[in-house]
Design a binder for this molecule. Structure first.
Ligand code: 5GP
Ligand code: ZN
Length: 129
């Protein structure tokens, strides 16, 4: 690992204006919106891994991943979890659903703008791969 406070931006991402999720949140790249709150935007993953596969992101690029979260993000995170539960209700996932956030390359993180996956609509194995 690098310096403790070194930015975790992926090497190919040179600025926030290049960040695909910043552009989706700003409406500059189209996405299938599922819901939003003051600080959170939810849209369908374009490579779904389950019948419901929604990504929940902070509208502002406040963290590259869950590794960067702190008490200053409490309101956004409360909104994010609340919106996830609302979407799960709306999509009738009463049999079960899962929130996942990948951190770093070994976990498969490919976009370095904090995001939480909401998965449901099929049986989900545990442990995940
Ligand atoms: P990660 O691999 O970082 O945990 O998750 C990133 C997710 O973003 C992937 O599931 C990928 O399919 C999704 N994704 C990447 N680019 C886009 C995009 O332009 N639009 C949408 N809707 N999803 C995207
Ligand atoms: Zn971003």
């Amino acid at each position: 690992m690098g310096r403790r406070n070194a930015p975790q931006r992926a090497p190919e991402e040179t600025s926030l204006s290049d960040c695909i999720f910043c552009q989706i949140a700003a409406g500059r790249i189209p996405a299938k919106k599922v819901g939003e709150t003051t600080h959170v935007y939810a849209f369908r993953d374009n490579n779904p891994q389950a019948p419901t596969h929604v990504l929940l992101i902070p509208k502002e690029h406040v963290a590259d991943s869950a590794a960067d979260l702190g008490p200053q993000h409490a309101i956004m995170l409360t909104e994010l979890f609340g919106l996830a539960a609302k979407i799960a209700r709306d999509e009738r996932l009463e049999l079960g659903w899962r929130l996942v956030t990948n951190v770093g390359p070994e976990a498969g993180q490919s976009v370095y703008h904090l995001h939480v996956h909401l998965l449901g609509g099929r049986s989900l194995r545990w442990p995940p791969g």
